[in-house]
Design a protein around this ligand. Structure first.
Ligand code: ZN
Length: 113
């Protein structure tokens, strides 16, 4: 990988740390609240907060999975290659979305189907 590739790798490592820290923070918040899962939540605000936290955590986990996949590709030397057509993903696209797995053309094709 060239220099630009290394900066993607670094960004992904940092992003992984950030996501793990964020997930841990959400997890700790829950443990600080022992009544969280057992009592009947009759407070609409609390229900909303719990649902929001849950959605947030799912989102973070999904992102973490994508970041991990991208990092695994660095190890295999396939980072930046489209999973469908095998072509290089445009650098501008990787800059905007470092864990992109498809080139723009294939992404658009998938969105259409
Ligand atoms: Zn492609």
């Amino acid at each position: 990988m060239d220099k630009a590739g290394e900066s993607f790798n670094k960004w992904l490592e940092e992003e992984r740390e950030r996501l793990i820290a964020e997930l841990e923070r959400l997890g700790v918040t829950e443990q600080d609240n022992p009544g969280y899962s057992t009592h009947i939540a009759d407070d609409a605000t609390e229900v909303f907060e719990n649902a929001k936290n849950h959605a947030l955590r799912q989102n973070l986990q999904r992102l973490l999975g994508q970041v991990n996949d991208a990092l695994a590709k660095f190890e295999k030397g396939t980072y930046g290659l489209c999973e469908d057509c095998g072509e290089m993903i445009a650098r501008a696209r990787l800059k905007a979305l470092p864990y992109a797995t498809l080139c723009l053309k294939c992404q658009r094709q998938r969105e259409r189907s």
